[in-house]
Design a protein around this ligand. Structure first.
Ligand code: UDX
Ligand code: UDX
Length: 502
C-alpha cells in the first residue's frame, strides 16, 4: 500500500469500529455527573451540556471555592469561548455543585475527572501517577450509588486502572448494583479547549468487549453523537484506549523534544530551526504541527504522562523502552538550561543584580495555567544567579506566580522572594530598567506588531538584550531598533567582538 495515501488499512478498519458497527441495545443517558470541575471536567462537560439540551449535566467538586467561581461571573479558568458556553446553559441543564453525593445518586453516567498528579513520595515517586484521587472518587461512587451506573475514566490513568476501579466498586457497593467502566480520554489542549471539544479529531471510547461493555459504550457514544460525526467516534478495548492517551501525549512531546534537539544544532551551525521545521513539515508523512522549537514544553500532561509511561515500562521490565521515553523529558530540561546558559553568557557571564524581564508566565498562550511552565524553571534559575526578575503575564493571577515560585516549608518565604522578584502590570513596566527581556510565552500581545518595542528599548539598560524563547519576534526589526536579539534555534549573534578584533 502507498504509505503516503492515508488509506485506512484493514487492521485500522477492524480496530476503529464506528458506532454503527457495534450498534447494540443501550440505555439513553439522561443525567450526567462529572467528578472534578478542573481544566478537563469543566470545559468538557459544559460542552456536553451545551450540545445536549435534553441531558442534565452536574459538575461536582470538593473544592467549594472552585464551584463558587463556576457559578459566578468570573470562571475559575480562562479558556476562549468557555464563558459563552457556560452562560448559555448554566442553570438550565448545566449545574455546578459541591453536593457530590446527590450528583452521584442522580446520574446514569459519571465522568471521573479528578487530577492524577505525579507521585512525590513512596514507590514510583517522581514517575508514577498518584491515583489517590481516582480511588477516593471511585470509593465515593460505590458508597452512595443506589442504582446502576456507567463510570467513565476521563482522567489520564495508567493502563489497567479500569480494572482496579471495577474491583473497588464491586467490593464496596450495595448488592445488585451494576457498574460498567469505560475509558474516554480527553484530547483537548488548553487555550483551544472549546474549539477542540466542538470539533474533535476523534472521540475515543474504550470498553470491555462484552455485551454489557458494548452497550455502555453505545450509551456514551450517543452523548457525543449530539454533535460529533459517528465515524469519528471510535470504540476499542479498554486497555488500548487507556494507553492511547499516554501514547498520544508522549508522541506529541517527543516531536517537540526532537525539534528542540535540532534547535541546538541550528544554533551551532547557522541553520534556522523554523526553516528546518517548515521543510520537514511539508512532508505529508511528518506534517507541520508540533514542530515549533521553544524554551521547552510545559502543561499538566506531557511530562506527567511520559513519566507515567516510563514507570509503566520499568514495571513491565522494559528498561530500553523506559530509557527511550525518559530522554524526551531530559531533552526538555536540557533545553531550559541551555536557554539560561545563553542568557548568562550573553550578559557577560553574570546576572548578579541585573534586571531580567520575563514576558509570559503561562505554559502557553491563551491560558492562565502555569502547571510545569518553563517560565517557572527559568525564574528559579535566574534567582539562583542573583538576578532581579520582573514578570508580566496577561492572564496568570499574581497569587499563582507567588505560589509557583515558593515551596512552603522547603525553600525561602514570600518576603525573601519578593526582594528579588516583582510582578508587573504590563509589559512596559516589566521591561523598564531591564538589562534583558525574555519571551517565555507566545502571547500575541508580545509580537512586534502589538508591542511598542521602540518604547521598550528606550526604557532599558544598554546594551539591551532580548531573548526569544518562542520564535515570535521579528529579529531584523528589533535589531534595527538597537536590540541584541537572541532566538532559540538561530545562531548566536557575535555582538561582543568588534570588527577589528576578529
Ligand atoms: C485532568 C485529568 O483529570 C488528569 O488526569 C489529566 O492528566 C489532566 O487533566 P485537570 O482537570 O487538569 O486534570 O485537573 P484539575 O484542574 O486539578 O481538576 C481536578 C479537580 O478535581 C479539582 O478541582 C479538584 O478539586 C477536584 N477533585 C479532586 C475532587 O473533586 N475530588 C477529589 O477527590 C479530587
Ligand atoms: C496537551 C495535548 O496537546 C492534549 O491533546 C492533551 O489532552 C493534554 O496535553 P496542552 O498541554 O493543553 O495539551 O497543550 P499543548 O498545545 O499540547 O502544548 C503543550 C506544551 O508544548 C506547551 O508548553 C506548548 O507551548 C509546547 N509546544 C507545543 C511547543 O513547544 N512546540 C509546539 O510545536 C507545540
Amino acid at each position: 500500500m502507498d504509505h503516503r495515501s492515508g488509506a485506512v488499512t484493514p487492521a485500522a478498519q477492524r480496530l476503529s469500529r464506528p458506532l454503527d458497527a457495534i450498534d447494540v441495545p443501550h440505555k439513553k443517558v439522561e443525567k450526567i455527573c462529572c467528578l472534578g470541575a478542573g481544566y478537563v471536567g469543566g470545559p468538557t462537560c459544559a460542552v456536553i451540556a451545551f450540545k445536549n439540551p435534553h441531558i442534565q449535566v452536574t459538575i461536582v467538586d470538593l473544592n467549594a471555592a472552585r464551584i463558587a467561581a463556576w457559578n459566578s461571573d468570573v470562571l475559575p479558568i480562562y479558556e476562549p469561548g468557555l464563558e459563552d458556553v457556560v452562560k448559555a446553559c448554566r442553570g438550565k441543564n448545566l449545574f455546578f455543585s459541591t453536593d457530590v453525593d446527590q450528583g452521584i445518586i442522580d446520574a446514569d453516567l459519571i465522568f471521573v475527572s479528578v487530577n492524577t498528579p505525579t507521585k512525590t513520595k513512596g514507590m514510583g515517586a517522581g514517575y508514577a501517577a498518584d491515583l489517590g484521587y481516582v480511588e477516593s472518587a471511585t470509593r465515593h461512587i460505590a458508597r452512595v450509588a443506589q442504582g446502576d451506573k456507567i463510570v467513565v475514566e476521563k482522567s489520564t490513568v495508567p493502563c489497567r486502572t479500569a480494572q482496579s476501579m471495577r474491583f473497588i466498586l464491586e467490593a464496596n457497593s450495595r448488592p445488585g448494583i451494576r457498574f460498567d467502566i469505560l475509558s474516554n480520554p480527553e484530547f483537548l489542549a488548553e487555550g483551544t479547549a472549546i474549539a477542540d471539544l466542538m470539533n474533535p479529531d476523534r472521540v475515543l471510547i474504550g470498553s470491555l468487549n462484552t455485551d454489557a461493555g458494548r452497550s455502555a459504550a453505545a450509551s456514551l457514544a450517543d452523548v457525543y453523537a449530539g454533535w460529533v460525526r459517528r465515524e469519528q467516534i471510535i470504540t476499542m478495548n479498554l486497555w488500548s484506549s487507556e494507553l492511547s492517551k499516554l501514547a498520544a501525549n508522549a508522541m506529541l512531546a517527543q516531536r517537540i523534544s526532537s525539534i528542540n534537539a535540532l534547535s541546538a544544532i541550528c544554533e551551532a551551525t547557522g541553520a534556522d530551526v523554523d526553516e528546518v521545521g517548515y521543510a520537514c513539515g511539508l512532508d505529508s508523512r511528518i506534517g507541520p504541527k508540533f514542530l515549533k522549537a521553544s524554551v521547552g514544553f510545559g502543561g499538566s500532561c506531557f511530562q506527567k504522562d511520559i513519566l507515567n509511561l516510563v514507570y509503566l515500562s520499568e514495571s513491565l521490565h522494559l528498561p530500553e523502552v523506559a530509557a527511550y521515553w525518559r530522554q524526551v523529558v531530559e531533552m526538555n530540561e536540557y533545553q531550559k538550561k541551555r536557554f539560561l546558559n545563553r542568557i548568562i553568557s550573553c550578559l557577560f557571564n553574570t546576572l548578579t543584580g541585573k534586571k531580567v524581564a520575563i514576558l509570559g508566565f503561562a505554559f502557553k498562550k491563551d491560558t492562565g495555567d502555569t502547571r510545569e511552565s518553563p517560565a517557572i524553571t527559568l525564574c528559579k534559575y535566574l534567582r539562583a544567579e542573583r538576578a532581579n526578575v520582573a514578570i508580566y503575564d496577561p492572564k496568570v493571577a499574581e497569587s499563582q506566580i507567588w505560589l509557583d515560585l515558593t515551596e512552603p516549608g522547603v525553600t525561602d518565604d514570600l518576603a525573601d522572594l519578593q526582594k528579588q522578584v516583582s510582578i508587573a502590570e504590563d509589559a512596559y513596566s516589566a521591561c523598564a530598567g531591564a538589562d534583558a527581556v525574555v519571551v517565555c510565552t507566545e502571547w500575541d500581545e508580545f509580537k512586534c506588531a502589538n508591542l511598542d518595542y521602540k518604547r521598550v528599548y528606550e526604557s532599558m539598560n544598554k546594551p539591551a538584550f532580548i531573548f526569544d524563547g518562542r520564535l515570535i519576534l521579528d529579529q531584523k526589526q528589533l535589531e534595527q531598533i538597537g536590540f541584541h536579539v537572541e532566538t532559540i534555534g538561530r545562531p548566536r549573534s557575535n555582538f561582543t567582538t568588534p570588527k577589528d578584533w576578529e
